[in-house]
Design a protein around this ligand. Structure first.
Ligand code: 5AD
Ligand code: SF4
Length: 440
């Protein structure tokens, strides 16, 4: 069969798609680059906010058009939206032949056979054990490789659908993660990003996340190690020490704030207060002064007042994040918030707040980036810059995008770059001569 796969959502989904490709290739299917030439089209979907669903429904409409025009096509919805919508998907999008959730990918070859025989293939069972440790992902070539070190989430933040789409938390063995890291190095990747919904709760036997980071950093040939995301409620100080002392572990932390008001955080079941978040940030900055910090923030969660929103602004101004992803609250079916709290902040106020916060954060990002002007960074070249294909886009240890010219170099090279100017999203630099690959 010719199979086409499209991916939506977070890095965990990108990684899952690499697992899916591996499973399908092993079953002798061929992967094609467009839905036009496919026998089977899969959408690996996200459920985190309503707009993620809307995009998929639009794409499914398009698939229905193809079928109507006579293309013989099996359509499959995979991932988080498949898991969370189940019945609704069957009713609203009869074009769908296969529905499989994040723990069912090993069943895909048999679901394809069933669907080709005219049956509808559904598998939405969640597993307490599945970690896909035995599957070698088919990776997109590049500089960075993802490894999911754990799956699922047990936090039950009241706004979040993930515990329902990805099930209970389970960690992979350090041994399988190290073996995968060694394979990544052998394939030429320079950087690995360890993924988990809450990496602080990584636990395997006596190994915790800090132990794992050190072990991955020690893999010969691995040049940079990043991770996402930790939870502020139990940020391990042991991890900070390991990060501080290990040259391969990048000085960058994505620390989701979600809201600045203690009352809102309480309703979100985040289990930390405004002050506790600020204390964690102070401890991080004390230990790793040149760390870069990014965050996620939700505007307009249930019951959020102007005063609550001011708390969020206060934390943002105090912490001075290098960057932030800011979202409007989107009520998700079956979550605790959807059952317990009315989605009572109007669309107008959500828009006003998100706009205000984005403006504030843009100003802060610019100031933070301007502090880098004059500094020299080891930059890992990723790809040609989008604006000017003659220039490179690379990243500093702190994960800042740096654009510069270095005709002799190529993606995967490390280059010493002096920052000459700063924008909101990227830095501009000049290679410190001589412009040759620099070894960390
Ligand atoms: N509405 C808006 N944003 C959400 N997020 C998670 N659930 C929701 C929701 N229901 C955001 C959080 C999370 C990021 C991945 O998505 O900020 O950290
Ligand atoms: Fe990723 Fe969450 Fe979206 Fe699932 S719902 S794809 S875990 S962001």
């Amino acid at each position: 069969m010719k199979i086409y796969l499209e991916t939506y959502g977070c890095q965990m989904n990108e990684y899952d798609s690499e697992l899916i490709l591996s499973i399908l290739k092993k079953a002798d299917h061929n992967i094609v680059k467009s839905a036009n030439e496919a026998d089977v089209a899969f959408l690996n979907t996200c459920a985190i906010r309503e707009n993620a669903h809307t995009r998929i429904y639009n794409r499914l409409d398009e698939m229905r058009g193809r079928k109507k025009r006579g293309q013989k096509l099996v359509v499959g919805v995979l991932g988080c939206m498949a898991q969370s919508l189940r019945e609704e998907l069957k009713d609203k999008a009869p074009v769908v032949d296969i529905i499989a959730g994040p723990d069912s990918y090993k069943r895909l070859p048999s679901l394809i056979s069933e669907a080709c025989g005219g049956d509808t293939g559904y598998d939405l069972s969640l597993s307490e054990y599945e970690t896909y440790s035995d599957i070698a992902p088919v990776r997109v070539p590049g500089v960075n490789a993802w490894i999911a070190i754990m799956r699922g989430c047990d936090n039950f933040c009241t706004f979040c659908v993930v515990p329902y789409t990805r099930g209970r938390e389970r960690s992979r063995s350090p041994q399988s993660i190290i073996e995968e890291t060694e394979a990544i190095v052998a394939q030429g990747f320079k950087q690995v990003t360890l993924l988990g919904q809450n990496v602080n709760s990584y636990k395997y036997g006596n190994y915790d996340f800090a132990d794992l980071m050190k072990m991955v950093g020690d893999v010969p040939g691995m040049r940079r190690v990043r991770f996402t995301s930790p939870h502020p409620k139990d940020f391990p100080m042991k991890l900070l020490q390991v990060m501080k002392n290990h040259p391969k572990l990048c000085n960058q932390i994505h620390l989701p704030l979600q809201a600045g008001s203690t009352e809102v955080l309480d309703r979100m079941n985040r289990t930390y207060s405004k002050q506790e978040f600020l204390d964690v940030v102070a401890e991080i900055r004390d230990t790793i002064p040149d760390v870069s910090l990014s965050t996620d923030i939700i505007c307009g969660f249930c019951g959020e007042t102007d005063k609550d929103f001011e708390d969020t602004i206060e934390v943002v101004e105090q912490v001075q994040f290098d960057s932030a992803f800011i979202f409007k609250y989107s009520e998700r079916k079956n979550t605790i918030a959807s059952r317990k709290y009315p989605d009572d902040v109007s669309e107008e106020i959500k828009s006003k707040r998100i706009h205000e916060l984005v403006q504030i954060q843009r100003g802060i990002s610019l100031v933070r980036n301007e502090l880098d002007v004059g500094k020299i960074f080891d930059v890992l070249i990723e790809q040609p810059s989008k604006k000017n294909r003659e220039e490179w886009l690379g990243r500093s240890d702190q994960n800042k995008g740096v654009v510069f010219s270095a005709p002799q170099n190529k993606p995967g090279d490390f280059v010493k770059v002096k920052i000459v100017s700063a924008g909101t999203n990227t830095l501009r630099g000049e290679v410190v001569t001589p412009a040759v690959a620099f070894c960390v």
